[in-house]
Design a protein around this ligand. Structure first.
Ligand code: SF4
Length: 277
C-alpha cells in the first residue's frame, strides 16, 4: 500500500491490466494453455452452440411451395461453410448427403472419412464401395433407379471428417468416431434432412449412429436387426428404424456379413410390403 493516492491508483491500474491480459491470453486460439490439454469439451464450449430456431428449420423442411430437392438445397445453403463445431476447421469438404430426396429408405452412418472428405460425399471409400455392393444385393441404389422407391438416401451423424489428429488433414488412417458433443451440434442438420425426406425406414450403420439415435449405451450386438419406431420432432410419422453393422466393421470381420445380410433381407421385405399395393 502506498500513502500516495496517485501512486496507489497507478498500481491498481497496472494490476487490473495484468489480470485482463492474463484472462485474454487463456482464450487466444493457437496459444498453449491449460484448456488445450482437454481439447474437445473445452473447445466446443467456447463455440456458441448451434441454435436453429424452429422458424428457420421449418422454412427448409416444411415449405409446401418447394420440392424436396429444393428444400434440401436450401438446407445445404444454410449450413454453408459451417464451423459450428471443431470438425469444420480441419475438414476439406463437407459431406452433406447423397441420393433420392424422396427416398423411402434413409441410411445413416457416423461421419465422413478420408475419401469422403476429399469427395464431399458420404460412403465413397472402401466401406462405401462395400455398402454399394450390399445395396445392389438388396436391389437398392444410391443412384437414380426405377421404380424410384429403390433409390435410397445416405447421410451421416456429422457432416465433416472427425480426425484423430486434426492438425494434419492429409494423413491416412486418421479417422475416429464423432463425439457426442459433435453429433449434438450437427444433429439439427440431420433432423432437418429426415423431416424433408420423410423416409418410411431408417437404417443406422454402426455402433456410433445406432447408440446416438437410440439414445442407448448398449452396444450394436444387442440392438442390431431390431425394428423400433423412431420419431423426429416436427417429423411426419413414426419411422421404422433398424440398426445394423457398419460396412467398415464387415471389412475388419467378414463373419458379420451373414447378420447384415439377414438385416437387409428384413429391410427389403418390409420395404416391398410398404410400397406395393
Ligand atoms: S460437423 Fe456439422 S456442425 Fe460440425 S462443422 Fe461440420 S456441418 Fe458444422
Amino acid at each position: 500500500m502506498s500513502d500516495n493516492p496517485r501512486e496507489e491508483l497507478t498500481n491498481l491500474a497496472v494490476a487490473l491490466r495484468r489480470t485482463v491480459q492474463r484472462k485474454k491470453t487463456r482464450f487466444l486460439p493457437g496459444k498453449k494453455g491449460p484448456w488445450l490439454s482437454k481439447p474437445l469439451k473445452t473447445e466446443i464450449s467456447q463455440i456458441p452452440p448451434l441454435f436453429t430456431p424452429e422458424s428457420v428449420l421449418s422454412s427448409f423442411t416444411d415449405n409446401p411451395d418447394l420440392s424436396k430437392a429444393e428444400r434440401l438445397a436450401r438446407l445445404r445453403d444454410h449450413i454453408g461453410d459451417c464451423k459450428r463445431c471443431p470438425l469444420g476447421v480441419s475438414r476439406i469438404q463437407l459431406a452433406f448427403g447423397v441420393g433420392n430426396p424422396d427416398a423411402k429408405v434413409l441410411f445413416i452412418g457416423e461421419g465422413p472419412g478420408y475419401a469422403e472428405d476429399r469427395k464431399g460425399e458420404p460412403f465413397v471409400g472402401p466401406a462405401g464401395q462395400l455398402l454399394d455392393k450390399i445395396l445392389a444385393a438388396t436391389d437398392l441404389s444410391r443412384h437414380p433407379v426405377e421404380p424410384s422407391w429403390k433409390w435410397i438416401y445416405i447421410a451421416n451423424m456429422v457432416k465433416c471428417h472427425p480426425m484423430i489428429d486434426p492438425s494434419d488433414n492429409t494423413k491416412r488412417s486418421n479417422d475416429r468416431p464423432p463425439t457426442a458433443e459433435e453429433m449434438a451440434v450437427c444433429s439439427p442438420f440431420l433432423l432437418a434432412q429426415i423431416r424433408i425426406i420423410r423416409p418410411l425406414f431408417i437404417v443406422a450403420l454402426g455402433n456410433t449412429a445406432g447408440q446416438a439415435l437410440l439414445k442407448t449405451e448398449e452396444t450394436i450386438s444387442k440392438f442390431r436387426g431390431k425394428w423400433v419406431d423412431f420419431t423426429v420432432e416436427g417429423g411426419p410419422h413414426p419411422i421404422r428404424f433398424m440398426p445394423t453393422y457398419h460396412p467398415a466393421a464387415l471389412l475388419r470381420n467378414s463373419s458379420l456379413k451373414k447378420v447384415v445380410w439377414e438385416d437387409m433381407k428384413n429391410l427389403k421385405a418390409a420395404l416391398e410390403a410398404a410400397v406395393q399395393p
